[in-house]
Design a protein around this ligand. Structure first.
Ligand code: ADP
Ligand code: MG
Length: 321
């Protein structure tokens, strides 16, 4: 970046941060100086989004700013961590003020909503890419790891999985949606809301958790693998948004199980804690639905209501090909 790099950082990335007394020094020095609260573990996660690979070059910059932070906060949610700080690495082909302003609206809008302080980063000229790292706190023994599921635990999912993949299919012209359904699905694709509250409330309750970024079946598979278990999934119990429920049943199920980018939480809880879970979840702003059970035999056994196996071969986008 030319000399204007410092200008750019001052203009766009030096903001009155949310009041946090754990930020001793933020943007502007050689390092940020941070004071994690005593007794808490530090949960750290990073996602790198490369233009043309992870997002289309014509993605609205506001959407990109929101989503780059949202996907990272979703990882903190899935760990049961409380978000605190973020750092931002940006490679920009040119300095485009309108683009940067819109990107910052998306990024800082979400950061403010969750009290996250941007404490540093790096800015350079190069092919468009956005790297965000987030830092959050969780007592180490309370973290929602992937390896704690046990046979008999019930499997749950927040929200309505498949909506983001439905929006993508519609944008690509592979499915037609009425206007209202398109708007709702598109919101889910472009403005995912990290389930931070849910992650925090699941501390000490969920035995394992993951956020759904690559599709429910695949991400639940990671829990099963790490926990050394399998699961039986009742695919007809999957919660479907109105837009998804209006599709042909097989298409809807394929998207709900195979579609990525929803950033919902999939987690397991012991059977004797389910009543407590459901009373917590009654106050959430999204559904929380039991969709199956952890079993000892490895693998994901998907069943329809009539007991027929639901074949994994039907999962994913190919359904619209
Ligand atoms: P250095 O040469 O020491 O790496 P820089 O000139 O790269 O310093 O950055 C100056 C300050 O601006 C640092 O505090 C850095 O963390 C911050 N910064 C640079 N780019 C960003 C960005 N995209 N977002 C947030 N902070 C940034
Ligand atoms: Mg630097």
């Amino acid at each position: 970046m030319p000399a204007s790099e410092f200008d750019l950082i001052r203009r766009y990335f030096t903001r009155p941060a949310p009041a946090r007394d754990d930020v001793v020094l933020g943007v502007g020095d050689d390092c940020a100086l941070l004071a994690p609260p005593p007794g808490q573990g530090l949960a750290v996660s990073m996602d790198l989004l490369v233009g043309g690979v992870h997002f289309l070059f014509d993605t609205e910059p506001e959407t990109l700013g929101h989503k780059a932070l949202a996907v990272n906060l979703s990882d903190l949610a899935a760990m049961g961590a409380e978000p605190a700080w973020a750092t931002l690495g940006l490679a920009l082909p040119e300095v485009d003020d309108a683009w940067l302003e819109a990107f910052c609206r998306g990024f800082f809008g979400l950061a403010q909503a969750h009290g996250v302080a941007l404490v540093g980063g790096d800015t350079t000229r190069g092919p468009l890419a956005v790297a965000v790292q987030v830092h959050g706190f969780v007592p180490l023994e309370m973290a929602l790891r992937r390896d704690g599921a046990r046979p008999g635990d019930q499997v749950f999912v927040t929200g309505t999985p498949g909506d983001a993949a439905l929006a993508l299919a519609a944008l690509q012209g592979r499915v037609q949606l009425p206007e209202a359904d398109m708007a709702a699905s598109r919101q889910r694709l472009e403005r995912p809301l990290p389930r931070l509250r849910q992650g925090l409330e699941l501390r000490g309750l969920a035995t394992a958790a993951i956020d759904v970024s690559d599709g429910l079946a695949q991400d639940l598979g990671h829990i099963l693998e790490r926990s050394g278990t399998g699961a039986r999934l009742a695919v007809d119990a999957l919660p479907l948004s109105p837009a998804l429920a209006a599709l042909e049943r097989e298409q809807a199920l394929a998207l709900a199980l195979g579609g990525g980018d929803d950033y919902e939480l999939c987690f397991t809880a012991p059977p004797d804690r389910v009543a407590e879970l459901m009373s917590l979840a009654a106050a959430w702003d999204c559904p929380c639905t039991g969709i199956g059970e952890i079993v000892a035999a490895p693998g994901l056994d998907c069943r329809r209501d009539d007991g027929r196996p639901y074949r994994a071969g039907r999962l994913g986008y190919d359904h619209f090909a």
